[in-house]
Design a protein around this ligand. Structure first.
Ligand code: SF4
Length: 430
């Protein structure tokens, strides 16, 4: 049985979530921005970013005429920064080659930087009513179940089969709503675990439901082992200003600002002072650890340790920039670096709040134990940063620990082994 587009559209009209980019009148620029932001990112995370971005850059020309730094600053924390660089480049192409109007020609849309088949299908169908299909992770899940297609959703065989099916299904009438309805169904009803087939408007056409295999399809891709990278960075302050450097334009976090950094010294690698001397011409002595942050990227985990450093000499060839702390928000930065700066600038309650935010973010992203370990590590780094001369306070148990454990141990008794005692002592050099 074929998918009944009219049933799916009726369900969508009644049940769709009220999202800012769905409000009328539909504007291709807004559809484009939302579709780029939604790639690899959850809807509830995107909403705030989308609204701030549109308030600052309400038109293609406003985005095209903005400085890349301002675009990256607004994108900070959203991740996958190549998306922001491509948006900026594409906006400039639209300004220069299409008089500032988003093109409605499929070839012209696909020629824009950062626009692939999915985004082209989304903008052309939603904003221009073109009969174009799209396939994302949600659509793959729905269509694979509808046709009981075996295979791994990361592999091209299943993806291509879903593209073929999506192209065959998309109707000439309301193609944009049909595409959005398929995605909405995957996000809210045909979920990876426990799909609610009883509420599904296309259940009659679904082979996986009929075979009782909905949860098995599509196959779960095998989990790759995630590498763990460790990076040291230097908080070099002069007065209320802190030294930042800019990453190369291409590659991970391309074009963003950060504290001078170096991979934690491995065999034969440069130390943090050596890397800073080489890149900036500054002689640096490394002091106490000021912050430690764990961060999960899409393909690896990062531990970022920041050390308070003293530097002598002048920065060579404008390789770095002294930025007042109060102006840091205007500089595009990755989330981990932003947190390191927040933590290193604060102590006590602000630090604890940052720790709680980190813990909650990690709990939602990954799971309890990792979050707790990261929180302990960050909290004690913070405490040691704010009260370096009081080791007894460093070992003070956190809220919720029993009173008896807070008392100093009687002479000769073993002190309780706390997370703070397990930490390495602050180092004089990495
Ligand atoms: S019937 Fe169930 S498995 Fe099939 S598309 Fe609907 S929700 Fe998904």
């Amino acid at each position: 049985m074929s998918v009944d587009a009219s049933r799916l559209l009726a369900w969508y009209d009644e049940r769709k979530r009220d999202l800012p980019w769905r409000r009328t009148p539909i504007d291709p620029y807004r559809v484009w921005i939302s579709e780029i932001m939604l790639q690899q990112t959850r809807v509830d995370t995107v909403i705030g970013y989308y609204e701030r971005f549109l308030a600052r850059f309400p038109t293609v020309n406003a985005l095209a005429n903005a400085r890349l730094d301002d675009v990256l600053a607004l994108w900070s924390g959203l991740g996958y920064y190549a998306r922001a660089r491509n948006l900026h480049r594409a906006a400039q192409r639209i300004r220069d080659e299409h008089a500032g109007r988003f093109p409605d020609d499929a070839n012209a849309v696909r020629a824009l930087p950062g626009i692939g088949d999915y985004t082209a299908g989304a903008v052309l169908s939603i904003a221009f009513g073109r009969r174009e299909a799209l396939v994302d992770g949600n659509v793959i899940r729905v269509l694979a179940r509808v046709r009981a297609l075996a295979g791994n959703p990361k592999e091209s065989r299943l993806k291509n089969a879903c593209w073929d099916l999506a192209r065959a299904l998309v109707p000439a009438k309301r193609p944009g709503d049909f595409n959005q309805a398929l995605m909405e169904l995957g996000a809210t009803v045909c979920t990876p675990r426990s799909p609610r087939c009883g509420e599904c408007p296309i259940s009659r056409a679904c082979s996986a439901r009929e075979q009782g295999r909905a949860e098995e399809i599509p196959a779960t891709p095998p989990k790759a082992k995630r590498p763990h990278r460790r990076v040291d960075c230097a908080v070099i302050a002069r007065g209320d200003r802190v030294l930042l450097v800019r990453r190369p334009d291409e590659g991970l976090l391309g074009g963003l600002w950060e504290l001078p950094s170096a991979p934690k010294r491995g065999r034969g690698g440069a130390t943090l002072p050596e890397a800073i001397a080489d890149a900036l011409g500054l002689a640096v002595s490394v002091g106490r650890r000021a912050a430690s942050v764990e961060h999960a990227f899409s393909h690896f985990d990062l531990t970022l340790d920041a050390f308070a450093c003293e530097a002598s000499g002048e920065v060579r060839d404008a390789a770095g920039l002294w930025v007042a702390r109060e102006n840091l928000a205007a500089y595009g930065m990755g989330a981990a670096m932003r947190r390191v700066l927040e933590i290193s600038a604060s102590g006590g309650n602000r630090a604890k709040r940052a720790c709680r935010r980190e813990k909650h973010a990690l709990i939602s992203a990954s799971g309890g134990n990792r979050a707790k370990r990261a929180c302990r590590r960050e909290k004690h780094a913070l405490i040691s940063a704010s009260a370096p001369s009081s080791p007894r306070r460093e070992a003070r148990p956190s809220k919720g620990t029993s009173r008896s454990r807070r008392r100093p141990p009687a002479s000769g008794k073993r002190r309780p082994r706390t997370a703070a005692r397990r930490l390495r002592r602050p180092r004089s050099s990495p």
